[in-house]
Design a protein around this ligand. Structure first.
Ligand SMILES: [Zn+2]
Length: 166
């Protein structure tokens, strides 16, 4: 039996829990249904039907397509690519690489030196939501943050069947 219902997990995602509730949740045993409820709450919040396999950031998910593909998808419905490829290469990228662009977000003289560090902002091409921000040296490659082992997660960690296309 799950200790927390969808309403409570939704509040966890929204950050609207009282601290004592959050502390209780963090310090108690994780009930085995927790991930499934979390996944269902996320699924209820998107307008499309592709089953969410894993959340992949604040607005991104790895979803199961009917043809067997597992792709990265934005909550607006924009589909990026296979989850093993780098979705960032298909995002709109804004690079803050001058003092002028830095000063849009930093006070004057408080910004990083763009010769040494730039800020890359990644946006969804469809809904323009900011998906990721990274501060890196200018020559740094656009790296894939992580490549989860989805099958191991379901089969060995949470021991649940993978969500399937209805
Ligand atoms: Zn989007």
């Amino acid at each position: 039996m799950a200790k927390y219902d969808k309403k409570r997990i939704g509040e966890l995602i929204d950050g609207t829990l009282e601290f004592y509730q959050l502390k209780d949740m963090m310090t108690s045993h994780k009930d085995p249904e927790r991930f499934e409820i979390y996944r269902e709450v996320l699924q209820d919040r998107v307008s499309w039907d592709d089953p969410i396999l894993l959340p992949y950031g604040l607005h991104l998910y790895i979803v199961q397509k009917a043809n067997g593909d597992r792709i990265v998808k934005c909550d607006c419905g924009h589909e990026f690519c296979d989850y093993r490829e780098n979705w960032k290469l298909q995002a709109r990228i804004f690079v803050r690489d001058t003092e002028e662009k830095m000063n849009e977000i930093y006070p004057k003289l408080m910004s990083p030196d763009p010769e040494w560090q730039v800020i890359r902002e990644y946006y969804c091409p469809s809904c323009a939501t900011q998906l990721e921000v990274e501060a890196v040296p200018p020559w740094y490659p656009i790296i894939l943050d992580f490549e989860p082992d989805i099958d191991t997660f379901y089969n060995e960690w949470i021991k649940k069947p993978l969500p399937t296309v209805k």
